[in-house]
Write a protein that binds this ligand. Sequence first.
Ligand code: GLN
Length: 192
Amino acid sequence: MTTVGVLSLQGNVREHEAMLGSLGARVVRVRRPEELDEIDGLVIPGGESSTIDKLSRSFGVREPLVEKIRDGLPVFGTCAGLILLADRIVDGIEGQRSFGGLDVTVRRNAFGRQSESFETDLAVPELGDPPVRAAFIRAPVIEELGSAARALATLPGGQVVAAEQGRLLGVSFRPEQTGETRFHERFLALTA
Ligand code: GLN
């Protein structure tokens, strides 16, 4: 059975746990370096990317995780998780770092404040019909895609909001919040 971790330093851990569990995966919380050795894949949840960044350093999990990503660990990042997967961050707080791996430039809080959060039906050609009901909550966008990454979804305004590269998958929105399972299924397929 596949064991997947949810990085549980801050953010909406529970929604991911519930969704992954409902899809048949064994789910464990990951906070400490040794917990990384038990897993076949990792979800980095939405929350506050700068807080998750800081806590990852205090728990000593940052460096081992960066290495695992480099070695091919499948990782799915949503919202703050996308920011943490991005190789480059625009508008990060001072000293903020990501784990990296996904060859993209991400802009934090690209749609403005919390009050500008919204839900929309998003076409994701790879997932087919129906469109994805996507919740954008102080969400980032992918401002630039490096040559190694591929866009999976683009808003009508042209902003890239989902991308994939090898075993890494990142989305600007929160599929776990709207009951959208197809991205989690796609992630689980990467862990097989
Ligand atoms: N604005 C948050 C950040 O910068 C991301 C928002 C979210 O995860 N819902 O980390």
